[in-house]
Design a protein around this ligand. Structure first.
Ligand SMILES: Cc1cc2nc3c(=O)[nH]c(=O)nc-3n(C[C@H](O)[C@H](O)[C@H](O)COP(=O)(O)O)c2cc1C
Length: 180
C-alpha cells in the first residue's frame, strides 16, 4: 500500500469563483469545492489566504460559483495561473451582475450566487461555508422545469494535474443498490 499526505479524491469538479474587489471583477479557478448540504443549500470552498479572491470574499461576503463547460478550458486554466493582483481577468468572460452586483459568467453551465456564512483558517488556507442564495442554469440546459443533465459536459480535475470531461451515465442513485 502506498500512502502520502494528498487528500486523494479523484476527480473533482473545477469551478470559477467570481468576486468584486474594490469595484474590479475577478475570476479564479478552484478545485477545492464541495456541496455542504442540500437543505439549507450550502457549499464549501477552500482558498489560499493570499489570493485576491480571498480578499474579495472577506470584504464583500457575496460571490458566484460558476461551473464552466469544456469549451472554456484554456480560460479556466489561465484564471488559475495568474492573480487578479497582476492581471485584469474581468474581460475573459461576459459578466452579468446579480444580487448586490455579484458578478457571474454568462453562459456558464450553472452559476450559484452565494453568501459567506462562516470561515475558518487552517495554516495558509481559509475554508468558507456559504449559503446558496440563487442557482442559475444555462438556458439551453433547462426545459420544462428540468435540467438536462445528460447534455452537460463540465470540467473535472485530478491530483495527477489532468483535466477530464464529464463521463457517461453508469447507473441511477438509490436504485443500483436494490440489485443486492
Ligand atoms: C486546476 C486548478 C485548481 C486550483 N484550485 C485552487 C483551489 O482549490 N484553491 C486555491 O486557493 N487556489 C486554487 N488554484 C490556484 C488559484 O486559482 C491561483 O493561485 C489564482 O492565480 C489565484 O487568483 P486570484 O489572486 O486572482 O484570486 C487552482 C489553480 C488551478 C489551475
Amino acid at each position: 500500500m502506498k500512502t502520502d499526505l494528498k487528500p486523494l479524491l479523484h476527480p473533482v469538479p473545477i469551478v470559477l469563483i467570481g468576486t468584486t474587489i474594490k469595484d474590479q471583477v475577478n475570476y479564479t479557478t478552484i478545485g477545492d469545492v464541495a456541496i455542504a448540504g442540500m437543505n439549507p443549500a450550502l457549499i464549501m470552498i477552500s482558498l489560499h489566504a493570499d489570493h485576491l479572491t480571498t480578499e474579495g470574499l472577506l470584504e464583500h461576503g457575496l460571490f458566484s460559483v460558476n461551473t464552466p463547460d469544456t469549451s472554456m478550458l484554456s480560460k479556466v486554466d489561465y484564471c488559475g495561473m495568474v492573480s487578479g493582483r497582476d492581471v485584469d481577468k474581468s474581460s475573459l468572460f461576459e459578466t452579468i451582475y446579480d444580487l448586490e452586483k455579484t458578478p457571474y459568467i454568462n453562459n456558464a453551465v450553472f452559476s450559484l450566487i452565494c453568501k459567506v456564512e462562516n470561515s475558518m483558517q487552517v495554516e495558509h488556507r481559509i475554508i468558507f461555508v456559504a449559503k446558496v442564495l440563487k442557482t442559475i442554469v444555462r438556458d439551453d440546459l433547462y426545459t420544462n422545469d428540468t435540467i438536462l443533465y445528460n447534455n452537460i459536459s463540465t470540467i473535472l480535475y485530478g491530483l495527477n494535474n489532468s483535466y477530464y470531461d464529464t463521463g457517461k451515465v453508469i447507473g441511477t442513485g438509490y436504485k443500483e443498490g436494490k440489485n443486492l
